[in-house]
Every structure is written in C-alpha cells, then in structure tokens.
Write a protein that binds this ligand. Structure first.
Ligand SMILES: [Zn+2]
Length: 137
C-alpha cells in the first residue's frame, strides 16, 4: 500500500496519535482510582523512566505502554507502511522498557506495566492493582 502522507504529514499524524493517546489512557486510570477510592497516587513523580503513576509510600509505580510504540502484539499495532522503521523504533522502546523495569526493581520498587488496550478491562485492572486497592499497612 502506498503511503498517502508526505513525510511532514506523517510526523504530524504521529504526534497527534501519541499526544491524544497518552492523555486518554491517563484519564482512564485516574477515573479508576477515583471510582475505587484509591489515594496517594502521584503523576510525574521524579523517577527513572518517567512512570505514569507512582505511589511513593508503597514504592509502587505504574507504566502504561502504548501498544503501537512499545510493540504489543495486538490489533493496535501492525503498521503497513514503513514497517522497518516502526519495528526498529519499537524494538528500541521495548529494550528501554526492560531496562527501566529492571533498574527500578533493583531499587526496591514494584513495577506494574499495563498495555494501553488493557485499560478497558476493569476486572483486569482490579486484579493487577490489588496491591494498591488492598495495600499492606
Ligand atoms: Zn495492545
């Protein structure tokens, strides 16, 4: 399939995709926290790898990885155009994600990673976040 965008248009589209996606995924988690009376989360907490949400008292930190950018094998990925370019970019992100997780775990953090597409599933969220919903006091 031929690329319907010029180079400039494509980077504009990608900027838009990236920006709007991050915002909506964060809002979804915030809504979940509020609905479940979860307190103590911080955004933009200064930590290696820039996690999306952090619970400093519990040393728990959460990343939401965009399926497209971080290489999830779901329907949100599979670009038809410039496949090589995107697969290299995703490979870099995947390696970086592993490095970040490992580094934080070595420092005693519990790292929870979500795929963007998983946020729709509330019971899944509940399961993955049981540490936060029922923190050990
Ligand atoms: Zn996905």
């Amino acid at each position: 399939m031929a690329d319907v965008f010029t180079k400039e248009q494509r980077s504009e589209v990608m900027r838009h995709v990236k920006g709007s996606r991050n915002k909506s995924t964060e809002l979804k988690l915030i809504a979940f926290f509020k609905a479940n009376h979860v307190k103590g989360w911080r955004r933009n907490f200064k930590l290696f790898g820039k996690p999306d949400f952090t619970f400093p008292p519990y040393k728990i930190t959460i990343f939401v990885d965009g399926c497209f950018w971080h290489g999830h094998d779901c329907r949100n990925t599979r670009p038809k155009d410039n496949a090589d370019y995107w697969s290299k970019k995703r490979e870099r992100n995947i390696n970086r994600d592993k490095e970040v997780t490992q580094t934080l775990q070595n420092k005693g953090w519990t790292v929870i990673r979500f795929w963007e597409c998983e946020l729709k599933n509330e019971s899944f969220l509940r399961e993955r976040l049981h540490l936060i919903l029922n923190p050990v006091k």
